[in-house]
Structures are given as C-alpha cells and as structure tokens.
Design a protein around this ligand. Structure first.
Ligand code: GLA
Length: 734
C-alpha cells in the first residue's frame, strides 16, 4: 500500500519516490522528506532545530527552548502571520481583521482510489491504481479547519495535492491566499526551470539558480497565459536529461496562478504553488468551505527526461478523459491560414474535397462563419451561422462535408464578446467591466462574464444548438485576449475578489456540461494558440493548439519547451504554407510534416492551390502518420538534443521497446561540419533492431544493431547541404 500512518508518521511511497510528514510533540505537521525511495525510515532526525535570533518560539515550548521555531521548521502546511516569516501558502483575515494563522495536526485517514474535486479538474484513477490521504489540520483560535488532500498514483510516481479550507468558527472569515501546495526542502542547491513566452512564442525554457530571496512566475491575466506556464521544475544543480534529482509541479488549473520559491536564512528552499493571491479573496461564512485546485507533483532521481515521462503518462492516462483518451485523433485540415476571414461555402467545400482526396479525417471551419464577422472586430457572442456568407445553412455545410467522408469541426470563442455584437447591445452587463471605467479592449473585444450562471447557461445553449445543427464532431475552443477590469455586475462588493476563480469555474462548468451532452465531441483547447496550455484544460480538451506560430523551426522550440510538462498527444500541430505566415521562413514540406507529427498532426494551408505532386506528398505523409500514430501518441518520449544544438532530435519509443522513431530537424547548418551523434534511449538492450531511414531509400534497413549498441554507441546524423532539412529514422525489433 502506498500510504502508511504510524503514530503521526505518515509515509507515501510510489514506485520510485518517498514523501513523508510527521506530527511532532506540539502537533505541528513537519515535512520530513521528498526524494528517491527509502525504506520507510522515519526521516525526522534530518530536522535539527537550532536557536536562531529573530525566529521566535511558540508559547507552548516553554521559556527555555529557543530552538523550536515555525520560522525554520519544514512545514506541511505553511500559513501567514504567526511565526513563519517565509513565503506561505495560506493567508486569511478573521472578522476582527486579524491575519494570523497557525495549524496543528488533528488526524489523518487513508481512502481507496483518488479523490475528485467538485467543479474542478483533477487526476482520476480507479481503486487499484491510486490511494488518497486526507490530513486534518486546524487553527482553533481562527476557527479554520483544513483538509490536506493527497492523491497517490504509485506507478507513475505522481502525488497530487489540494486543500479544503473550512470556516469552523462562528464569524465570517476572508481567505486571502489558498495555495494548493507548500513544500519545504531542508537543504539542497537547486535550479528553477520555468517556461516563459508571449503570443506565438510560448514555453521557452529558462533555467536559473535558486539564490537567497524570492522568485516567482505567475499570471494575473484571467488565464494560465502564454507568458508563464503553470508548470515548473526544481532540479538539483547538475541535473540533466538522464541524471539528477528533480521535482515537477503541474497545476491543474487554467486561471491565474503563482509559483514561488524562497531560499531562506538557513539555506532551505520552499516552493508554493496555487491560485494567484493578487486577484483573489474568498468569503467563508460559518460552515462554508473553499476547495483549491490541484497540483500534480512528481519526482525523478534519473533526470528531467524521466520526470517528463511521468507527467506525460499521468496526463495521457489520468487527466485526459473520455473516448478520445485512447482513440487515434483525427488528422485535420483547418481553413484559418488558408483563407482567414475570406471564404464562402464553395471555397470551404473545395478545400474539404481536396482534403478528402488526401485521406484526411476532419475539416475544421475556423473563425468568420457566424454573425457578421469578416474581420476580428465584430460578432463574438452572436453565435448564429452567417448563411449569406456560407451560401447555405450550417446543417447543409455539415452534410456536404460528411458526404466527402470527413468529420466536421468548428471554431468558437465562447468567452469572447465583441463590442459590435447584438449580444453586447442586448446585455451590456454581461461584459466583464468595472462600473464607471471604459473597459480595455484587446483584439477589439471584451470578455463575457462567465462567473455568472445565467451567462454560462446562455453560452452552453448556443453551443449545444450549433453542435446539433452542424452535426459537429470537433470544436476548437478559443479565447483571444487577457482579462482586465475584473468585476462582475452579479457579485456583491465583498465578493468581487472571487471573480477570477468563479470565472474559471464557469468555463469548466460549460465545458463539462457540453461534454455531458455530447460525450463523443473532441474539443481542442486554444487561447490565441497556447495561452491556456495547462493540465487543467486537458481534463476537458484532450488536445490544445500549441501556438499560433506554425513556423516549423520556431515550433521546434515551442514543442521542446512544451514537452517538459505535457505529452505529444496534447500538442496541436499543423503543416502550414511557406513562406511561413508568422516568420516568412521557407522550410521543406518534409520538415514541416515531421515537426507537426510530433503533435496531433494536421494541415492549415490552401491545399486547393497545391500541385498534384505536392498533394501526393501529403498523401504519403498522412499514410506515414497513420502508421506511426500509435507509437507517437502512446509511446515514451525522449529529448535527445535541444533547439540550441545544430539539430533538434527527439525519440518516441513504444512502451514495450519493440519500436522507436528518431525525428530530427537541422537548423544550424555549417560548411564542412562535424558529424552529429545522438544516443537513443529506452530500447531493450539485448534485442536486435533494424535501423532504417524513412527517406530516399524507401524505408529499407540501413543496418542492424542491438539496443545496447544503439544506446551506448549512438546514431550518426550527417549534416545535409540544405538548411532545415530533416530526417526520420525507425528502429524496429528484428
Ligand atoms: C486565434 C487562434 C487561431 C485562429 C484565430 C481566429 O488566434 O489561435 O488559430 O483560430 O484565433 O481568429
């Protein structure tokens, strides 16, 4: 059993890790260990209290012990205002205005299976795969009780954390910060790895030393954001892809977040992750509870590659839900970069026709099919098809597309509200806006107040009607601005601080109800590309459009960064036209295809303008992807080199090691270059593999070698004489 409780010592064990906490003689819950698996020993001797000036002592320790201080102890639940001066996870104000909290341990319980969180995404597993630990804490003076929730998935080395805060007193309490995880490392020199970006250039990796002081990344944009991803890694100094200890934190939440670290006076490091407190407060009347979203943690003693694979597997098998979890995803064609707003029904059907002749599965009609939308300046909110522009009804268009053997998908931006829309004219109070202020516009638009149930119900009804009318199998759910002026006409003054979280809960509710109505519907998340690429969204949308940047070379970095926390099967990736619309770069078709195959794969260009030879190339790419789909979607993923190298190489290996695929793209072409070597991983050492190229030789074997030879000797990659060339090498057990 992964969880054990012995006299206040609580130990969680996964396949490769141990996590431990212990209630001490004052009932403080000390965090004693998180790291590679140990034998169940009580790790509390590692915690050595020392007398430190200006780190005070609780009254109960008596006059003569100056060593016991909440300012230096590693705590399982850190809270603000009563002796812990570090960054803390829980802040609250009582009815008198006091802000002081200190929790003691009250008990713990082990439950079979994995807990779920009402209205929020959460890792799921059946009773044979997971256990739940509930730990009860209380601050009796403040009248606040806390249940710490831990979900343990031993196989994948995943431990989740969330928290339920309850007002157990007689007066109202206002929560000011309620983080999902607070974790202390008593020693260690760490690097912090985070993923920053901007629209069309998401999830670039930054690695820096954790030095004394506080460091944070987060979002107050109403969404997880392009700018900082809610996934971060703490890695011991020398950690690389294959070696070293590292800890990953993935927030199952699509709203505002804060990830913080502090290296303190005694060189201990604390990590906090949760809802961003700047934009948060929550009123708890007596008896009320507040449930935080969940953080999924994992630890690897074998480097960053293993850590990523833990998250990939957990997201693929325990976050992504519904029939699309295990199904081959459709190879799609999207008309956005082919036509932008300039199309009619005839043009769409021509694209669909050619797509069908190339063996694609799904036609996606992007922005511009509704209201009077021919530019990005109107009609969001008016979710009725523009039959004049389409030249037919949505129903007729859907039927015509299905007749060609394609599924029909459609773009929507349910949270968007154009100033120039009938919906805004009818319901100005449905917009997110501060009374008396001119709301900030972005892409000419406002945001619908999805914290309101009436608004949620309206949008849900429109979506249901569209899906029914068009016979829609796929939705691209977009959001195209950051949210400012956060205020809901529906909330009382003292609850305005709840807006941002209620908004996210509203989005989740609409998604959940839409999926309940159409369980087979495939929803692809999107937020101007990857502005809401998080594990919370993946609970509802099995794939997310990775970026509005479709340039194959930029995509290598975007997908590389994304791969640290998220699986290939979640990354929306398309082949687009050259010169690329975002960068003007020319890359060979093959390279664009190989890059898009490291995701869900599809096309986003005007295939009606392509030559027969180019269409044949598409046909063979689609055929190849079908062959490789299972391996890419469900196999283990290894980063063999990085975009900073001359060639980015990644590897997919089937779970049984019987088959592997090396994909590489050259982007640092040089004359008279050295040979570039990479070492494959994850093969069966004593198995014999046939190594073949998918290129010019038509996939014929190049040579045979054992897994051990390949993994230790490596594979030689010869620099081509053409910039941005690429290769696919297959290794199959002979
Ligand atoms: C966003 C999306 C794009 C496209 C446009 C349409 O930017 O990320 O893929 O759908 O909106 O307006």
């Amino acid at each position: 059993m992964p969880i054990s409780i012995r006299n206040g010592l609580i130990t969680i064990e996964t396949a490769g890790t141990t996590y431990q906490m212990k209630a001490d003689s004052l009932s403080t819950l000390i965090h004693t260990y998180y790291g590679p698996k140990i034998d169940g020993a009580d790790m509390s001797p590692l915690i050595v209290p020392r007398d430190r000036g200006f780190s005070g002592n609780p009254a109960e320790v008596g006059m003569f012990d100056k060593t016991y201080s909440l300012d230096t102890l590693p705590l399982e639940l850190s809270s603000f205002g009563d002796g812990d001066y570090r960054i803390t996870g829980l802040h609250a104000e009582d009815a008198e205005g006091a802000r002081a909290l200190r929790f003691t341990f009250k008990g713990a319980k082990i439950l079979p299976g994995k807990y779920s969180l009402p209205g929020l995404p959460a890792v799921y597993a059946d009773e044979t795969e997971a256990e739940t630990l509930e730990v009860y804490m209380a601050d009796e003076a403040a009248g606040i009780g806390v249940t710490l929730l831990y979900g343990v998935l031993p196989e994948t080395d995943i431990i989740t954390r969330a928290m339920i805060v309850k007002n157990e007193g007689k007066a109202p309490v206002r929560l000011l910060k309620a983080a999902s995880v607070s974790l202390d490392y008593v020693y260690g020199d760490f690097d912090l790895i985070t993923f920053h970006g901007r629209h069309a250039m998401e999830r670039n990796l930054t690695r820096r030393e954790v030095v004394h002081g506080m460091e944070s990344v987060g979002s107050v944009r109403g969404m997880s954001s392009h700018h900082y991803n809610p996934f971060a890694i703490l890695a011991e100094k020398d950690t690389d892809e294959m070696h070293g200890r590292c800890f990953g934190f993935s927030f199952l939440y699509s709203g505002e977040f804060l990830f913080e670290t502090e290296k303190d006076q005694v060189d201990a490091t604390r990590v906090i992750m949760g809802i961003h407190p700047d934009d948060f407060s929550w009123e708890l009347q007596p008896g009320d509870t507040f449930t935080t979203p969940e953080v999924m943690m994992s630890m690897s003693g074998e480097g960053l590659g293993k850590l990523s694979r833990n998250f990939h597997r957990a997201i693929r098998e325990h976050v992504i839900r519904g029939p699309w979890r295990d199904r081959r995803r459709p190879v799609l064609i999207n008309n956005w970069e082919a036509t932008y707003f300039d199309f009619d029904g005839k043009k769409l059907l021509e694209i669909a026709d050619t797509a069908a002749s190339c063996g694609l599965d799904l036609f996606v009609l992007d922005d511009g099919w509704f209201g009077k939308r021919n530019l990005d300046d109107s009609s969001l909110g008016d979710w009725a098809p523009n039959e004049e522009k389409l030249g037919m009804s949505l129903k007729a268009l859907g039927e015509a597309i299905r007749e060609k053997g394609l599924m029909f998908g459609i773009w929507v931006e349910p949270e968007g509200l154009s100033v120039n829309s009938d919906l805004y004219r009818q319901h100005p109070d449905w917009a997110v806006a501060v009374p008396g202020r001119n709301p900030e516009l972005s892409r000419h638009q406002l945001i619908l107040d999805l914290s309101r149930q009436d608004v949620q119900d309206h949008i849900l009804a429109r979506l249901i009607a569209i899906v029914r009318e068009g016979g829609i199998s796929y939705i691209k759910w977009d959001l195209n601005r950051s949210i400012s002026g956060k205020y809901s006409a529906h909330l009382p003054k003292e609850r305005q601080g709840e807006f941002s979280h209620r908004y996210v809960l509203g989005v989740y509710r609409v998604l959940e109800m839409l999926l309940a109505e159409f369980p087979d519907l495939l929803i692809e998340g999107c937020c101007g590309g990857g502005g809401r690429f998080d594990a919370g969204m993946l609970y509802y949308t099995p794939q997310i459009w990775c970026s509005d940047n479709t340039d194959a070379v930029n995509r290598l970095s975007i997908q590389y960064g994304t791969s640290f926390g998220y699986p290939t099967s979640a990354m929306g990736a398309h082949v687009s036209a050259v010169p690329n619309h975002q960068t003007g770069r020319n890359t060979p078709m093959k390279t664009r295809a190989i890059t898009a195959m490291a995701g869900t794969f599809g096309y986003e260009l005007d295939i009606t303008k392509m030559s027969e030879a180019e269409l044949d190339e598409i046909r063979s790419e689609v055929g190849l992807f079908r062959e490789l789909n299972e391996l890419i979607r469900t196999g283990d993923y290894y980063r063999l080199s990085a975009p900073k190298d001359v060639c980015t190489v990644w590897e997919n290996v089937s779970r049984d090691g019987a088959e592997a695929l090396l994909s590489g793209v050259w982007h640092g072409i040089e004359a008279n270059s050295p040979v570039f070597y990479v070492r494959p991983q994850g093969l069966v050492p004593d198995a014999l593999y046939e190594v073949s190229s998918c290129d010019a030789d038509g996939g014929r074997p190049m040579y045979r070698m054992s897994g051990a030879a390949l993994m230790n000797g490596g594979v030689a990659c010869l620099m081509p004489d053409r910039e941005y060339d690429s290769f696919l090498i297959r290794m199959k057990r002979a």
